[in-house]
Design a protein around this ligand. Structure first.
Ligand SMILES: Cc1cc2nc3c(=O)[nH]c(=O)nc-3n(C[C@H](O)[C@H](O)[C@H](O)COP(=O)(O)O)c2cc1C
Length: 147
């Protein structure tokens, strides 16, 4: 099956957008992700998949604690910055990001599975920050939209 056909088919499926953070020394590594989904309620588990060819692969492949931030419609510029330019944020920057995001899931890695050209992380949610009633950022047909 052709890769373009696969990409075209899946581009018709709208997804939310999250930013995954992992603290390394004093800065947070950050990656924009739309492969995030929930897995289990009891215990509360989620997953996302990391591209083995990503420039952020080394930063995330062994990260144990991860924070998953659900992005709001007000964070389109931030999403583009993280996806295409900047990939590390300071404590101060993170505080600002959290103010305009929907909520944060504080997770620890349960297991990692190699699948094709990705690694899938299964994560257990330890804590959820206060959830705001903001509209989500959505990815659909290569565009950032909202509802
Ligand atoms: C909307 C969107 C969703 C993405 N979702 C994922 C994902 O689920 N997993 C992943 O490893 N990379 C994902 N990426 C790509 C990473 O954000 C990527 O590492 C980043 O764009 C840097 O690109 P580079 O690896 O070419 O340097 C996504 C990018 C965009 C724009």
């Amino acid at each position: 099956m052709k890769l373009n056909k696969f990409k075209l088919a899946l581009s018709n499926y709208p997804t939310g957008i999250v930013c995954v953070f992992s603290k390394r020394k004093k800065l947070y590594e950050a990656i924009l992700v739309n492969s995030f989904t929930s897995v289990s309620l009891k215990p509360p588990l989620v997953l996302w998949s990391l591209d083995k060819n990503s420039s952020k692969f080394n930063a995330f492949k062994n990260s144990k604690d991860q924070m998953i931030v659900l992005l709001s419609k007000n964070q389109k510029k931030f999403a583009q910055k993280i996806a295409f330019n900047k990939d590390k944020v300071s404590d101060m920057e993170l505080k600002k990001i959290l103010k305009s995001s929907i909520c944060s899931l504080y997770c620890t890695k349960l297991k990692k599975i190699k699948a094709g050209d990705h690694f899938t992380f299964f994560l257990k949610i330890k804590k959820i920050s206060n959830i705001k009633t903001l509209k989500p950022l959505i990815y659909y047909k290569k565009n950032f939209l909202t509802i």
